[in-house]
Write a protein that binds this ligand. Structure first.
Ligand SMILES: [Zn+2]
Length: 349
């Protein structure tokens, strides 16, 4: 009996309470006649939503998650959020029935200038308004979906900052004007950011979502919130299930903070400091980057990942995962984004 009580006490106090980790799914197109690499079919989208329901996930709006993480309030053990970038017209055409059926909250990140320039490709304000009735929040993806960190040749930093600020503010004004005041949420076009861009968004009162993977937790920087891509090869429910149940590492510090690599540095080193390592075996951590398998080295609660081969031009990530000891079949997940530019300071879409 006493033994039973001890067991019960351990379970209820929880040597481990579930870390507040939220998987944000990221979609673009919904359809079968759009580029597969950024598409799910309506059937795949419905299968994802059905899986979330069957597996007792609570799907929350980004606003509610932001508030709960800020106040330290606990989140349900399985919490997810849904985001859709670009506002393609096929999202309305092919997604409406699914949104109506499940009534999940979700966020669509739109580019108002592109909506005006190519009205046949993008959803109209009227369509977005209609989706608001079925759980949509509409947020900012910049005015015209550009590589925001790119400076024009010999553009002074202050002129670039002004250009970025105007773009973001103009896009937000158009969104608020047409749909009523929306939360100041921003998704970086292509998931690209550097420290200077993060600072501009923070000063303008935004939180910002990127495209490196991993769950959102109180440890995530509020201008580099990770999301899991859910299109194309990532749409399979088996691989998505692991991501949806992933846990955030208790990160207290990480380096480098600047994702944009200096021209002479193609083999960066990632250093991550954790609050503790109690719920996993350090030796079981695996890291990956552009096809390279990398073994982290540990010093107390800090791990270090050194790249041996040069990262390719463009966007890359270093991803590290390690199984939890106390949550069966759940993994801690950490992702660190990098961008390597070419000689001209550019890279492909
Ligand atoms: Zn986009």
């Amino acid at each position: 009996m006493r033994f039973m009580l001890i067991i019960l006490a351990l379970v209820s106090c929880g040597a481990w309470s579930a870390p507040n980790s939220v998987a944000i799914l990221q979609y673009h197109h919904i359809g079968d006649d759009t580029p597969r690499v950024t598409s799910v079919t309506a059937q795949e989208l419905e299968a994802h939503f059905a899986w979330l329901k069957e597996n007792d996930f609570v799907v929350m709006s980004l606003v509610e998650i932001q508030q709960r993480l800020a106040s330290g309030e606990n989140l349900p053990e399985y919490t997810a959020a849904i985001t859709i970038d670009d506002g393609w017209r096929n999202v309305y055409r092919n997604g409406l029935a699914v949104f109506k059926k499940y009534q999940y909250p979700f966020t669509i990140f739109v580019n108002p200038k592109l909506m005006a320039e190519a009205p046949t490709q993008y959803m109209s304000w009227q369509q977005l308004k209609e989706l608001q009735k079925y759980g949509a929040s509409i947020a900012n993806h910049s005015n015209s979906h550009w590589h925001m960190t790119w400076r024009k040749s010999s553009e002074p930093t202050e002129a670039w900052r002004e250009r970025v600020r105007n773009d973001v503010v103009e896009a937000q004004q158009l969104i608020d004007e047409h749909l009523g005041e929306q939360a100041k949420h921003f998704a970086y076009p292509y998931g690209e950011y550097d420290e200077a861009l993060q600072e501009i968004l923070e000063q303008a009162g935004f939180i910002a979502f990127a495209q490196h993977s991993g769950p959102w937790s109180a440890a995530s920087p509020l201008t580099a919130i990770p999301r899991f891509p859910a299109s194309a090869q990532y749409a399979s429910i088996e691989t998505l299930a692991t991501k949806l149940k992933s846990l955030a590492l208790p990160v207290v510090d990480y380096h480098p903070q600047q994702p944009l690599l200096a021209a002479d540095n193609n083999t960066p080193e990632v250093v991550v400091e954790l609050a503790n390592t109690d719920d996993f075996d350090k030796n079981q951590m695996n890291c990956f980057a552009s096809g390279q398998v990398l073994q982290p080295t540990w010093q107390a609660n800090r791990f270090r990942v050194s790249l041996t081969e040069a990262l390719p031009i463009g966007r890359s990530r270093v991803n590290c995962t390690v199984p939890s000891k106390s949550y069966n079949w759940r993994f801690y997940w950490y992702s660190h984004p990098f961008i390597r530019a070419d000689q001209q300071g550019r890279w492909p879409d």
